[in-house]
Write a protein that binds this ligand. Sequence first.
Ligand SMILES: Cc1cc2nc3c(=O)[nH]c(=O)nc-3n(C[C@H](O)[C@H](O)[C@H](O)COP(=O)(O)OP(=O)(O)OC[C@H]3O[C@@H](n4cnc5c(N)ncnc54)[C@H](O)[C@@H]3O)c2cc1C
Length: 492
Amino acid sequence: MADSTRPKAIRPRVDRKARFQIPPQPFAKQPAAERRCNWNEVVLGFDAEHAVLEAQRCIQCPAAPCITACPLHNDIPGALWLAEQGDFLGAASKFRETSTMPDVCGRICPQERLCEGACVVNKSPHKKPVAIGKLEFFVADTQRRALGGFPVPSIPPETGKRVAVVGAGPAGITVAEMLRSRGHAVTVFEAWPRIGGILLYGIPNFKLDKAVVWQKLAQLEQMGVQFEGNVRVGETLTVDGLLEQGYDAVFLGHGAPVGASPHLPGEDLAGVSQATDFLVRGNLPPEHLPPQQQDGPRLGQRVVVVGGGDTSMDCVRTAVRLGAQEVTLCYRRTEAEMPGRGEERNHAREEGVRFEYLVAPRRILGDDAGRVCGIELVRMELGEPDASGRRRPVEVPGSEFTLAADTVVLAVGYWADPLIPETTAGLEAGRDARLAVDVGTGATSRPGVFAGGDSVRGADLVVTAVADAKRAARAIHEYLTGEVWEANELED
Ligand SMILES: Cc1cc2nc3c(=O)[nH]c(=O)nc-3n(C[C@H](O)[C@H](O)[C@H](O)COP(=O)(O)OP(=O)(O)OC[C@H]3O[C@@H](n4cnc5c(N)ncnc54)[C@H](O)[C@@H]3O)c2cc1C
């Protein structure tokens, strides 16, 4: 239950007025000058002493709007109560009751739009919410350090049922973990060589330490989940083929991997990249990449990135670390309309990235050798709100100008891939290739085939992919066994 009908939990009585006076606690972060030259995580987080004090800022309000605002409905006040007693392992376990990856969500969720945005402590004299995300990853990391990895549940006797999961991103690996924990045999088929989805093939290490992804893989392997990399379902192996091979159910968690194009003249010039190609070449060692992407990005000194979301911020900050002298982000609205996280924008600014707001690209300019040498942009102003509720950018006539550039990266969004709906008879999808599902269960139009995450929503968030996957895993278990898998009382 995620709405106002959720029963109010009995919370410990605390002195709320006194707690409102506790200032936000400091956490460690790499200085900008240092982190420009390395790929390590920028936010190092709390130490134990400050984690306890920060957790004490939670006023344990019974209505807990933070729980409602979290797509996983984590029992945040419950976890923070344990954390403030110094019971970090208990707090981590509390998060893990409803989340397969608090270690990831704590680091990269847009908390300001979710739990922290709803936090009542925003109204304290300090006007800063409890740092829920940083506490979440602090306790989750503390637990992983204590255990040497993610906790591995004991697996019940095999049920004899086999499930194929397509895509090893947050949605796919959540379904795999949950169904394996019920004794079903699970095989994950993944197009990239390794598991992780965008957690590996997109989000850079400076935002999410890849050790977390490798430990997740180790946990799943210890549980007995099988992985097959370099398999793009829909090519040699199809969904129907998987069912014919005897899989009893299929989960489609193939994400929204197709980079959108602004259809600019000059997009085919050397030195112009799509965001994912730029990010994987820039951030990953060759052994994690297919042969055709193992040669690193071709980077010039002046880099222009077009876009405004999390992906564009990851691109500019990757360009800084690759040694570019001048990195500019171009976005067609203002900062207030930017969809990505404010904290990441601040990090980019601190690292020397220049922001050009209210500009849209017209064409990419090339030299005689067919290499990019600049980008023509036009200034915009904000008009009436569009369907998204954000004010629509409108061109200012005669305001064209040019920025010199040796590298242009296009980070203007992602679409779902039509390959799977096109190769699976009777699998309903929209014109934009997003799969049609029952929202409560993730069931598609094909019996025994379920879906969730970006393959259904389009490009969204890790936490929503995990939430979809949990609903689908419960529904698949019920489909396979007839047994109802009750959700935690806080959940949908
Ligand atoms: C650069 C970048 C930065 C982001 N930053 C954030 C952030 O800071 N915070 C946040 O919450 N979200 C962020 N997101 C969004 C978030 O990563 C996604 O919403 C989330 O990963 C979706 O999970 P998923 O499992 O549905 O899909 P994915 O993570 O995309 O995983 C899908 C997997 O399926 C595989 N696949 C695709 N087609 C096939 C096929 N035919 N056969 C087999 N495998 C296939 C893909 O290779 C991929 O590994 C970011 C996205 C990008 C691109």
